[in-house]
Design a protein. Structure first.
Length: 468
């Protein structure tokens, strides 16, 4: 009987350069030497630092702490009973840029009417959450300033009336920003995110703007809002990077540009072959392996800058280490299990159409309405949230139900994306062995765990999550 006591608990594993990674379903992990792993797997490891690490990680069957297992499980799944907290409102399809990865344009696109915007706000507030974020997107949302203003004022009143917490956020290229709009944004506490694809030549090649220098405009307003509200989030602006084929080989310069503009994060993530980007994939796309080379170069540069005292973070690594060493839900809807489609977020199109997420909405623009849940103009929240696409997304992004994911060492930190699977492989389930997103995630997690095995990098990552 005593011999059985230190048998392994249920685990998955993966061989890395730094050792053998062993993970448990709730995110406990240990990096073992190959000889230690052999003993552990045979139930013969009885003492020593590796034994202690495995015990602390909840990977030894007789040493499980059921109280903390229960608390961790409850905390990391709490969002499932709360409803969607992120509500993305697409205020317009129009834009004054012609970016190579997007085909929104200033021509025939639709605007959301102020009346529909109010209905979308009402709909978002009917989610049974205590606090929500309304994120204004487009096209370029400043094209439809009337709806943005209406929705912001109406939502603030609604928050006061209902007692719900409210965060307002705007994703804009800043080209239509002026002092008057900036005053409204500051007065209504709207957080800001813009696009920045790197140094001026790269940014402007990706983000074509007939009205002038897109990079100069973005840089000008980043600085303006930093001076008015500080550089740190939530007041200070953040930026999103789109990586195209032209970005490959330039990761260091891109990171340096983010650091030069005092942006707190650079988010190195691959372009998804969804919607408009898919149509030009041969021209702007790349393989997962090409992206991983870019990712490693970029993360190395971020860490190098940290060692020199520049406090920039790489967001993919930040979100991952928050789960890996912080064991907290990182609130990032695309790396949850099940994913955030309907459960963590909803997206509202200009016509009031409700979608599981913005990616699902983009697929509808190409004619695939699989992720459409209803309309704020005629459907109630309860029906929409229990509709078939929400259930299909929840099931297909449950990693225990995905055969390859169920045995993957990265399962506790990862998330599958039904919208990506639908776009790239023709079904919500996808097929992980040939799934480009999965190949990218495996490579990213491999590199993050390799880095975590270096004590100075582990310390940097710890600082990142301590400050967040
Ligand atoms: S998507 Fe890929 S990396 Fe993520 S859990 Fe599944 S198999 Fe692992
Ligand atoms: S389907 Fe994909 S994009 Fe949509 S919420 Fe899920 S993970 Fe995110």
């Amino acid at each position: 009987m005593k011999k059985q006591l230190d048998l392994p608990a249920y685990f998955n594993w993966r061989r890395l350069k730094a050792g053998v990674l062993v993970t448990g379903d709730l995110g406990g992990w240990a990096l073992l030497k190959p000889a230690e792993f052999k003993l552990f797997a045979a139930g013969k490891l009885k003492s020593g630092p590796a034994f202690e690490a495995l015990r602390r990680a909840g990977l030894l069957r007789s040493r499980l702490d059921f109280d903390s297992i229960f608390t961790d499980w409850r905390d990391s799944n709490e969002y499932l009973r709360l409803g969607p907290g992120l509500h993305i409102m697409v205020l317009t399809e129009k834009c004054n840029h012609s970016c190579v990865y997007c085909q929104a344009g200033s021509g025939a696109g639709r605007n959301m009417s102020p009346a529909t915007a109010r209905r979308a706000v009402d709909f978002a507030f009917s989610a049974p959450v205590s606090g929500l974020t309304l994120e204004f997107q487009g096209g370029e949302p400043l094209v439809n300033w009337a709806a943005l203003k209406e929705a912001s004022i109406y939502a603030r009143k609604k928050a006061e009336k209902t007692g719900k917490g409210l965060a307002l956020a705007l994703v804009s290229n800043f080209s239509l920003m002026d002092e008057k709009k900036a005053d409204f944004i500051v007065a209504n506490d709207i957080s800001l995110c813009t696009s920045l694809d790197g140094p001026a030549d790269l940014h402007n090649a990706n983000r074509k703007f007939s009205g002038g220098d897109s990079h100069a405009v973005a840089a000008k307003w980043i600085k303006y809002f930093q001076e008015r509200r500080g550089a740190e989030p939530p007041g200070g602006p953040s930026a999103l990077l789109t990586v195209t084929r032209a970005s490959l080989g330039r990761a260091r310069e891109i990171v340096d540009e983010y650091a030069r503009l005092k942006l707190p994060y650079v988010f190195l993530k691959p372009l998804s072959p969804i919607g408009d980007a898919l149509k030009r994939w041969d021209e702007i796309g790349y393989t997962p392996e090409e992206f991983l080379g870019f990712y490693r170069e970029g993360l190395d540069r971020v860490l190098e800058l940290n060692r020199r005292g520049v406090p920039i973070k790489e967001k993919t690594a930040f979100l991952a280490v928050k789960k890996i060493i912080g064991t907290q839900d990182n609130r990032y809807v695309d790396l949850r299990c099940p994913c955030g489609a309907g459960l963590g977020q909803l997206a509202y199109d200009c016509d009031g159409g409700v979608y599981t997420c913005d990616e699902g909405r983009m697929l509808a623009r190409g004619g695939d309405r699989s992720f459409r849940l209803g309309s704020v103009l005629k459907d109630a929240y309860a029906g929409v949230i229990s509709s078939e696409p929400v259930k299909a997304c929840a099931i297909s992004s449950s990693l225990d139900l995905q055969p390859v994911c169920a045995r993957c060492a990265y399962k506790p930190f990862c998330g599958a994306c039904p919208a990506y699977n639908q776009a790239a492989q023709g079904g919500f389930w996808g097929s992980m062995p040939s799934n480009g997103r999965c190949r990218t995630l495996i490579g990213v997690f491999d590199y993050i765990f390799e880095k975590l095995s270096e004590k100075p990098v582990f310390d940097i990552f710890e600082k990142w999550i301590a400050r967040s």
